[in-house]
Design a protein around this ligand. Structure first.
Ligand SMILES: C=CC1=C(C)c2cc3[nH]c(cc4nc(cc5[nH]c(cc1n2)c(C)c5CCC(=O)O)C(CCC(=O)O)=C4C)c(C)c3C=C
Ligand SMILES: [Fe+2]
Length: 448
């Protein structure tokens, strides 16, 4: 393998910081054109978590523009999980078309090099394009700034079939779900994929550019299976981030796991060394499992429903997000409270009762979804819109699957939603430094 010719990133943490100076750090030639293979070799240095707080403070003091904000690419965990949710999403699922494991590894190395550059607001390669060549970078993000771009890569269960010698390396947590309640109308062409890429940023063209160029660099190795644009965040993940609203008009993410809740992150989001059954599956330590669900929301029907019924469905007040049992948005829910009719104030089938940790053995998720629209459904004339639900977790079998089984059976919300696509992917830990690549520890026994 070649030594990686890219330059080191400008900071030790994966928090947002001013990228103007970073942009002056010149990348040097990485042949990333179609069919080109970026070199990728040994990476050693780990981000120093202890410096994170100090860097965050410096960032807060110096950041001048949202366009210039950079989320550091390197660190113990991939960015785009606990990163304060940006405004825009493009998500892509790909199928690997080669059976050559080395080609797959080269792709993951190319993606690492390109992602490192794009998240700093740089074009995918600093090599000059010859006039007779297509440009290395497609160009539409030129001059836009990084806008806090994060790129998060994951591996689907199907990657662990017999093509790449990975069958014994699939963690039990990455088992396909099978059919879960609520999955009756899932569409195969909007579901699954060997690889996934989540690109988030505060600019729509920046996320499109990232996915477009990563898919382009996969030509000959992987093809796009399906993709989704999200136009507005539907969850708060950053400490102090305001709670946004979903397309039913309710505050979404009130009781989410937030980035400053380290105990909850360790318990519910990051895969721990103890989770692995042995050396074959310990490559996920420090990673997290991504579950995506494209959930169509029946907006026209919802808009005819009376306010009191809408609030009963969620168990919360539409305007404020407060539980129906009183207080403000962040007041604890009183599941025991009964009304003058003797019935529970929070309906037995209300969304928050069924999804809440109090009623699920403590189970929690880090939700990081986006509102989406695909325009109008030509078959019905209705708005094709909903929630592109994304959740990160330490064990999807014990977290998402448990919650969705419960919700799919009896959630009042089911009258107005349909899960039409999605999938499960294992997002490996963060990349340590230049030369590291996505899933290096997954493939290392096969390449040594
Ligand atoms: C399987 C997991 C979940 C799916 C699928 C899901 C779909 C979904 N949710 C909303 C809107 C809201 N969800 C809220 C809370 C909430 N939802 C889940 C899980 C799933 N939601 C959890 C774990 C929680 C937290 C429960 C709790 O701790 O009380 C809320 C309330 C505000 C909040 O805390 O975020 C809303 C609103 C929609 C519209 C939707 C599918 C389209
Ligand atoms: Fe929910």
């Amino acid at each position: 393998m070649n030594a990686h010719p890219d330059t080191p990133p400008p900071g030790p943490s994966r928090r947002r910081f001013l990228g103007g100076a970073a942009a002056t750090v010149a990348g040097v030639g990485v042949g990333l054109g179609v069919g080109g293979a970026a070199g990728f070799g040994l990476g050693t240095a780990r981000a120093d978590a202890a410096t994170t707080a100090a860097v965050d403070q410096a960032v807060a003091a110096t950041a001048t523009s949202r366009a210039d904000a950079v989320v550091d690419f390197y660190g113990g965990h991939q960015a785009g999980v606990t990163t304060a949710a940006q405004e825009r999403l493009m998500f892509a699922a790909l199928d690997v078309t080669t059976t050559d494991v080395t080609e797959l590894q080269r792709l993951l190395g190319r993606w690492a090099a390109m992602a490192a550059r794009m998240t700093r607001g740089e074009p995918v390669s600093s090599s000059p394009t010859k006039p007779e060549q297509p440009p290395f970078d497609t160009g539409e993000a030129m001059d836009l700034g990084p806008h806090s771009l994060t790129i998060t890569v994951g591996f689907g269960p199907s990657l662990f079939d017999d093509r790449f010698g990975l069958a014994d390396r699939r963690p039990a947590a990455l088992a396909p779900f099978g059919t879960v309640p609520g999955d009756a109308v899932m569409r195969p062409e909007l579901s699954d994929g060997d690889l996934c890429i989540q690109a988030c940023a505060d600019d729509p063209q920046v996320v499109f550019h990232a996915i477009r160029n990563l898919v382009r660099a996969a030509r000959g190795t992987a093809t796009l299976r399906w993709s989704q644009l999200g136009f507005g965040r539907a969850s708060a993940t950053g400490a102090g981030q305001s709670t946004p609203r979903n397309l039913f008009g309710f505050k979404d993410g009130t009781r989410n796991i937030h980035a400053d809740d380290q105990a909850a992150l360790d318990r519910w989001v990051w895969v721990d060394a103890q989770d692995s059954a042995g050396p074959a599956t310990d490559w996920m330590t420090g990673g997290s499992y991504l579950v995506a669900r494209k959930i169509r929301m029946e907006i026209e029907s919802w808009d005819t429903d009376e306010l009191s019924d809408q609030e009963k469905i969620f168990g919360r007040v539409k305007a404020t997000g407060a539980p129906l049992t009183g207080g403000d948005e962040f007041t604890a829910v009183d599941y025991e409270a009964t009304g003058s009719d003797g019935q529970p104030v929070i309906d037995v089938a209300a969304h928050i009762r069924l999804a809440g940790p109090e009623n699920n053995g403590g189970v929690r998720l880090l939700r990081r979804g986006y509102n989406y629209t695909d325009g109008q459904d030509p078959a019905t004339g209705k708005l094709a819109a909903g929630l592109f639900f994304i959740a990160f977790q330490r064990d999807p079998q014990a977290q998402f699957k448990v919650l969705q089984t419960r919700l799919g059976k009896s959630d009042l919300l089911n009258e107005y939603i349909a899960h039409i696509g999605g999938g499960l992917w294992a997002c490996p830990p963060g990349l340590s430094a230049v030369g590291d690549w996505y899933g290096k520890a997954l493939f290392s026994p096969a390449t040594s």
